[in-house]
Design a protein around this ligand. Structure first.
Ligand code: 13P
Length: 250
């Protein structure tokens, strides 16, 4: 049997500008060495991409990604970053549809699909995020919300393209709240996502990460579930010592 491949993804959100990001990267590299079967992904703010990718380029187990992009390559889109620009700055992955983008910046399911498609067209891995709010969960609508969020992406991508996609299940109520989904809950939703993919002829090998208040105290119980292929972490990834400890736990 082939070794389980896990992705540990750090989403720094709007933290760590270029000089802090460089200091973080140097410290993190000094604290860690590659672990077979684990890849470490970093999503710094766009202005810190070059600093992180330059520092981390010696490590084949590390990949740098951008938190958000526009789907057009260039043009009159004030404040946006395009995929070719992010690529030039070292990004090889892009988060698409993080709940903060959806909730605070009006990103629709269709935008998410366009970003994922544009990323794939340029050889960049989209990490498509889905997840329900507390009200949706309490209203018994989790499954319907996730199916709705996935629908335009399933429509936009051909089944073989999914070999280059990563999904992240991030329940909104668990993000930054200290209240993570239980391993059972996360595993159940990951199964639901996989079932939805299979209904559209998509390979069962698409990695699905869990995100939402993951820390060094709960990561092992979450990853003990085979339905989880890794984690997407905000707060607990912001200091190099803590993140180095978390990614090294076994
Ligand atoms: P926290 O780990 O801070 O809950 O954030 C999760 C997240 O949104 C990662 O994308």
């Amino acid at each position: 049997m082939s070794e389980r491949q896990l992705i540990y993804a750090a989403n720094w959100k709007m933290n760590l500008g270029p000089s802090d990001a460089r200091r973080y990267s140097e410290r993190f590299l000094a604290l860690t060495s590659p672990i077979p079967g684990r890849s470490l992904w970093f999503f710094p703010p766009a202005v810190s991409l070059s600093a992180v990718s330059e520092c981390m380029q010696s490590r084949a187990d590390i990949r740098v990604g951008v938190q958000n992009v526009h789907w057009e390559a260039k043009g009159a889109f004030t404040g946006e970053v395009s995929i070719p620009m992010a690529l030039e700055a070292g990004a090889r992955a892009v988060l698409a549809g993080h709940s903060e983008r959806r909730q605070l910046f009006g990103e629709t399911d269709e935008y998410v699909a366009r970003k994922a498609k544009a990323a794939l067209n340029l050889g960049v891995t989209p990490v498509v995020c889905v997840g329900e709010t507390l009200a949706e969960r309490d209203g018994g609508r989790t499954e319907a919300v996730i199916v709705r969020q996935l629908a335009p992406v399933l429509e936009a991508l051909e089944p073989p393209e999914w070999n280059r996609v990563v999904l992240a299940y991030e329940p909104v109520w668990a993000i930054g709240t200290g209240k993570n989904a239980t391993p059972d809950d996360a595993a159940q939703i990951h199964e639901l996502i996989r079932l939805e993919l299979s209904h559209h002829g998509v390979s069962s090998r698409v990695p699905i990460l869990y995100g939402g208040s993951v820390n060094s105290g709960n990561v092992l119980s979450l990853l003990a579930r085979p339905q989880l292929d890794g984690v997407l972490v905000g707060g607990a990834s912001l200091d190099p010592e803590g993140w180095a400890e978390l990614v090294g736990l076994s």
